[in-house]
Design a protein around this ligand. Structure first.
Ligand SMILES: Nc1nc2c(c(=O)[nH]1)N[C@H]1C(S)=C(S)[C@@H](COP(=O)(O)O)O[C@H]1N2
Ligand SMILES: [Mo]
Length: 361
């Protein structure tokens, strides 16, 4: 191994047995499920840092405390009795695309599948915090899950904070329902945070406590994890909203062992989805020559302001041979997916264009 490889990274390719343990627990969404507006529950990706806690709903409480006028202690029935809302919201793990980087940050080795869209049902966070009475001088809201583990040699509960203004956005939910049913254990039963537009780590599962802070949180997941840095000694900047991205359902049929794709030399529709944490999708383009030339795809409206958008492209492969299909999206504020992956030590926010080699017969 080359001595220029930074700590915590490996050469591209070869996945270690430890990473295989992570990959077996934390599955992705098969890309053919991009065909659904709302991802069926069992096909939605999963990312669980530690273990799924077993929670007894009858004794579970949500505590709201810290810098508030009236601390609250709420049961699941108390939450269900409040005014509820439902919305289709696209999640993407910040580490999606990590295993495609070189050198490759050692962690959950996502390829492209760490994405999904759920119909999330719950109560608006802002109304609940208003009932608790936000104290003057509150600056952040800390969300604590029931799961515990060790990370960066620090024993911890999974905890993430949000700046107060972001926590008070009117689309932020405390969700107890997914796709019309209760939250499944692996997705955070009985209650999770859902912050539309932000990378997945924001959406704290198995929520037990919400604490108003009058100083910024300095815990692991905000101060060490989920920061863009190229050197371990850098403080880095926080990972926040999802970068613009598009993915396609790989055309044709796969070879079992290699996933290499075969398609016929007939006209066919390529479909996919595109999303951005910065706004709506302005355009999607498709290339079948590895990105040398691009053509516009047809982009459809989303099922809601925070859901991915479907796109389609009529592909007419000219002749038998090897093709490389690519897609790239541009969002409404002008961000476009790059040809080459952006690199950082955590392997976050790799939104480089997807490349799908296809053999046409
Ligand atoms: N309590 C807790 N919340 C968590 C996590 C976790 O490990 N523990 N993982 C986070 C990460 S990194 C992601 S990407 C999303 C994944 O949500 P999903 O598994 O429901 O798709 O949950 C987030 N919330
Ligand atoms: Mo994640």
């Amino acid at each position: 191994m080359s001595s220029t490889i930074p700590p915590g990274t490996a050469e591209a390719g070869a996945i270690s047995p430890q990473e295989l343990l992570l990959a077996a627990r934390n599955h992705g969404m098969p890309l053919e499920a991009l065909a659904y507006d709302v991802t069926p529950v069992g096909m939605h990706y999963l990312l669980i840092h530690y273990d799924v806690p077993r929670v007894d709903a009858s004794s579970w409480r949500l505590e709201v405390d810290g810098h508030v006028a009236h601390p609250l202690s709420l049961s699941l029935d108390d939450l269900r009795a409040r005014e509820t809302v439902s919305a289709d919201i696209t999640f993407e793990c910040a580490g999606n695309g990590r295993a495609l980087l070189d050198p490759r940050p050692i962690s959950q080795p996502w390829v492209l599948e760490a994405v999904g869209t759920g119909t999330w049902t719950g109560v608006p966070l802002a109304a609940l915090l208003a009932d608790a009475g936000i104290g003057d001088g509150a600056v952040e809201v800390l969300f604590t899950g029931l799961d515990r583990g060790v990370e960066g040699e620090v024993e911890q509960a999974y905890q993430r904070s949000l700046p107060l203004a972001d926590a008070l956005a009117d689309d932020v939910l405390l969700a107890f329902g997914m796709n019309g049913g209760p939250l499944p254990p692996q997705h955070g039963f009985p209650l999770r945070l859902v912050v539309p537009g932000w990378y997945g780590m924001t959406n704290v599962k198995w929520l037990s406590r919400i604490t108003l802070l009058d100083e910024p949180f300095t815990g692991y997941q905000n101060a060490r994890g989920y920061r863009f840095r190229r050197d371990p000694d850098e403080e880095g900047t926080a990972v926040t909203r999802m970068a613009v991205r598009s993915l396609m359902v790989p055309p044709g049929i796969p070879d079992f062992g290699t996933r290499r794709r075969f398609a016929e030399a007939t006209a066919q529709v390529i479909e996919g989805r595109a999303w951005s944490g910065a706004g709506a999708i302005e355009s999607v383009e498709v290339s079948d020559d590895g990105g040398a030339t691009w053509q516009a795809a047809n982009v459809e409206p989303a099922s809601g302001p925070h859901a991915w958008q479907r796109w389609t492209f009529d592909w007419r492969p000219g002749a038998a041979g090897e093709y490389e299909l690519c897609c790239r999206a541009t969002d409404s504020v002008g961000n476009r997916q790059p040809a080459d992956p952006p690199w950082n030590l955590g392997g976050y926010a790799n939104n480089a264009v997807q490349r799908v080699p296809v053999a046409v017969a």
